[in-house]
Structures are given as C-alpha cells and as structure tokens.
Design a protein around this ligand. Structure first.
Ligand code: ADP
Length: 506
C-alpha cells in the first residue's frame, strides 16, 4: 500500500515537472485554452449619456460631450456629457434640495430600504455591469465579475444595515449628517469606488454629487440608472461626468459640505489647498508604494500568488498595489525563480475572455507614464524582466514586469507607477525590512509573509501603513476600514470608522 502511494506521488511529481513552465515556453502558453469570451451582445450601452441631476437625465449646459473608449480595442463605446461649473451647480442645488426636503428627514429604516434596493439591483445586473466595467476600463472579466461588482453590492448591503443603527455606531453620542457630499473617484475600480463613496454617505443621511473618472464613466452611469429604477427621491444621488475641471468645480462649490476624493496625491494636495480655510470636511485616499515583505520562512508558493495578486491584479492599477517586494536575502533567488515561472503562465489579452489574467492599461496616457518610469529603472541600472508576451495590435498594453538590483533611491522604488511593474529589493533582518518598507512618502498598505504569526503582529505594529495584510494580499471587506498614513491621505472608508467621515458627532 505504502509503495503504491509512493509510486503514484512520484508520478504526479514527474507529470507536474513536465508541465512546469520553463523559460523556453511562450508567455501564457503553458496551458493553452480555447478563447472563452464573455458575450457582450445583451449589454446595452447607450450611444450618449447625459448628466443625472435631480432624478432626470439632462443635456449639459456646456453643450460639450466627450468619448469614452475601450482601452483594449480603442473602439468608441459611448459619448458622455462634459459638465461645466454651471452643470455642477445644478447638481449641487438638486442635492441640497433633496437633503432638505427628503433625505435628512427620513428615518434610517426608510433610507435602508432604498439602499438595500440598490444593492439587490447591482446583484441582479452583475453580469452586465462586469462586462461594461471590463470594456470601459480594460480589467479582466474575472476580476470585475468576482471582485469589483460583488464588492460594490456588498458595500451597499453593509451600509444599508447601518442606516437604522447609527445611534449605536458612535458610542451613544448624538450625530447628524453633514449635508451635501461632493465625491470624486478614479478609474481603477470605477463602480466599486462609486459604491465606497455613495453607500456610507446615503446611510448617514447625506445627499451626493459624484463625479466618475473621465476614462471610466460608464458603470457609474449604469448605477445612476439603477438608482433611478430604485426610485430614490430625486436629487439624493446626482452623477456628473467630466474631467479635472468638473472635479475642481465640485470640490470648490461653496454649498458642498463634504469632499471625498480618491485619486492621485498631486490632485489630492490641490484639493486640500483649495479647501484650506473653509468649513468643508475632507477625506483623501491617495497614492501608495506598498511593500510586500517576504521572510525566508514564508510559504513561498503561496507568497508568489500573493505577489502576483498584489501587483499584476488589475494591471497594477491599484493604489494599494504591492509594488515593492522586500524579500529576505536568503530566499531571494528561489523566490525570483518561482515568480518568473508563475509570470510565464499569466495570460494577457482580451479583458472579456474568462481566461485572461492581465488586461489592458486604462489609457494611452497611463501607458506613457508606465513606460517612462520603466525606462528610468533601466537607466538607473536595475535589471528588468518582462514576461515575453505578444502584445495585441490595438489597445494599450504593458507586460507584467519586475526589476531586481534596484536601490531604494531609484525612481521605480520611490514613485507610484500604477502599472504591472514590481521592484524587488532584499533585507537581512526584520528591522531592516521595517526601515525599508517605511522609507516612502506613502503609507497606504503593506503585506507580510512568514510562518510565524508573532512576526506578523510585530511587523504590523511597526509598519506605517493603514492596511496590513498577513499571508495574503489585496483582500477587501466592507466592514474593514481602508485608508492611508502620510501622503496616502487621511480618513477611512468602510467599517464603523468609515461612517464617521459622513457625520458630525456631538
Ligand atoms: P489618476 O492619476 O488616478 O488618474 P487623478 O487624481 O488625475 O488620478 O484623477 C482622479 C479623479 O480626480 C478623476 O475623477 C479626475 O477627473 C479628478 N480630477 C483631476 N484633476 C482634478 C482637480 N484639479 N480637482 C478635482 N478633481 C480632479
């Protein structure tokens, strides 16, 4: 008996080593799958979307429109309104009226019913939303289907649950909503960021004007349709599309009581400067340069999965991406080899294909930024490895890449790349790992991989980051507060802590 077990396990090992990809294999060819695209034919994208203001779809007073394209095909998907300051003013007025007339007067249990309705509709339309998210943003369908859309629905469910229990959220202290929230979001998780912003604001009795990013407006507009169908009182949620000027008009509007911004540190600083001296409340969720720290005693294969999820997930378009890998010197060579092998099995291509691991870069501009920083890394003497992938003819693409031999002063070790580019460095002691991990202007997230739970807790107390994952990476939950230290911003989203960003506690 024991012999047969030994024999069969040897067979399995032999078979596995035959399958084990080597450098001779083409990228993505280790296991060849037939194409498995998610069909977009039942998905309806209107040729043009107006602004959703006061419960109605209106043409922009600006008279201007702009196109939103698919970054994987460069095909025009739709045309959306470019809201001017006047349009933003209309939206803020509608939100104020809705706040005064309906939303601030409504019982929490009633607000909850509307928020639950939105959550259920997101679940019902999950497939359509996932497809549109992947078309407009370029991320693989398996991410939009399994991460973005379910989490967006979960955020509405979670906050609907709070709406009638807020008296218990602030330790018995009295609270009141803030009024009108102006919310500005980026393109990396378009629907999920909209959910992170809108759900807690509504639960706490505020009304909203939300501006999605100019390259990914579509799922926010579909959310506006869901909100319309859910029959929220007119003006409780308003969605205005446009670029930076529209965002600035919203943040600077005198009748906005609270600004919530997720995006780049540069724009976050501009908003902070503009709001200085006003009574507006502000939360900022900005950039990051997270360290994923791997000790020699870590389960390395599991760590490789976490590293891949940390940096190649969503093409690295994640503020909390594990873009610096700090590996204990003794494990460096083995880990790098394992990572290389794993990268050879990643599939880059059509975001709508269910087998795709790496989708398109969100925009031509973002691709330019990634290329510039990668060139800087090469010039500074770091050694580059890029998975030898075939790049589709159309669209914006960048292969999963890592650098070894970089020093802490290199731009690739300091600046946020916001692309699938990892910088690998080494350390010898936990203290050195902590020092290197904290040697950044950012402080959004970090990861620790080790066999020792005590080491994870020790590291977590020393790392200056808002979110620290232990033996995992990029895991999110609506009940878990998310937010940064230092130039990654301030304020938390999610959990009980996230609610306090939308209330005045007496
Ligand atoms: P990213 O680098 O992630 O694109 P940005 O900070 O440029 O981040 O954009 C995030 C969001 O901020 C987008 O919705 C964008 O339109 C908006 N935005 C850009 N500039 C400004 C500004 N000056 N004021 C307010 N919002 C802005």
């Amino acid at each position: 008996m024991s012999q047969s077990i030994t024999k069969s396990s040897t067979d399995v090992t032999a078979a596995a080593s035959e399958r084990r990809p080597s450098a001779a294999l083409e990228f993505g060819q280790a296991w060849d799958y037939a194409p498995a695209p998610e069909a977009p034919d039942h998905v309806r994208i209107d040729p043009r979307y107006g602004l959703f203001i006061g419960g109605r779809w209106v043409t922009p007073r600006s008279g201007r429109w702009f196109q939103t394209i698919s970054p994987s095909t460069e095909q025009v998907l739709s045309e959306v309104a470019d809201a001017s300051a006047q349009d933003v003013d209309d939206a803020v007025r509608a939100a104020r009226e809705a706040y005064d007339k309906y939303w601030s007067k409504m019982k929490g249990s009633e607000r909850a019913k509307y928020i639950f309705r939105i959550a259920r509709a997101l679940q019902e339309k999950a497939r359509e939303l996932a497809i549109v998210e992947s078309m407009d943003g370029g991320k693989p369908i398996k991410e939009s289907r399994d991460v973005d859309i379910p989490l967006a629905a979960a955020h509405f469910f979670y906050h609907a649950g709070w709406a009638d229990k807020l008296d218990y959220a602030f330790h018995g202290r009295r609270w009141r909503p803030l009024g009108v929230a102006g919310q500005i979001i980026p393109w990396n998780f378009p629907l999920l960021m909209a959910a992170w912003k809108i759900a807690p604001a509504l639960a706490c009795g505020n009304t909203v004007v939300l501006k999605p990013a100019e390259t990914t407006p579509l799922t926010a507009l579909l959310l506006a349709k869901i909100i319309e169908e859910a029959e929220l009182p007119p003006g409780v949620v308003n969605i205005v599309t446009g670029a930076g000027e529209t965002g600035a008009a919203l943040a600077n509007h005198p009748d906005v009581d609270k600004v919530a911004f997720t995006g780049s540190t540069d724009v976050g600083k501009k908003i902070q400067r503009a709001l200085a001296g006003t009574t507006k409340r502000l939360t900022l969720e900005l950039g990051g340069k997270a360290a994923n720290i791997v000790f020699e005693d870590a389960p390395l294969d599991q760590a490789v999965e976490g590293i891949v999820a940390g940096i190649y997930f969503n093409q690295g378009h994640v503020c909390c991406a594990g873009s610096r890998l700090l590996v204990e010197e003794s494990a460096h060579d083995l880990l790098v080899r394992k990572l290389k092998d794993r990268m050879m099995t990643l599939r880059l291509g059509d975001p709508l294909d269910k087998n795709t691991d790496v989708g398109a870069i969100n925009s031509k501009m973002q691709l330019g930024k990634i290329r510039e920083l990668v060139e800087a890394g090469e010039k500074e003497g770091a050694e580059r490895f890029s998975a030898p992938t075939k790049i589709p003819e159309k669209g914006f693409w960048f292969p999963p890449t890592f650098f070894t031999g970089a020093s802490q002063s290199c731009r690739i070790a300091r600046e946020e790349i916001f692309g699938p580019v990892l910088t690998i460095m080494t350390f010898r002691t936990p203290d050195e790992a902590i020092e290197k991990a904290n040697n950044t202007m950012y402080g959004l997230s970090a990861g620790v991989w080790t066999d020792k739970g005590a080491k994870i807790f020790h590291m977590a107390t020393k790392l200056k980051a808002g979110v620290i994952w232990g033996n995992t990476y990029n895991k999110f939950d609506p009940s878990s507060p998310f937010g940064g230290f230092k130039e990654s911003g301030f304020g938390r989203e999610g959990g009980r802590q996230g609610l306090s960003a939308y209330v005045e506690v007496e």
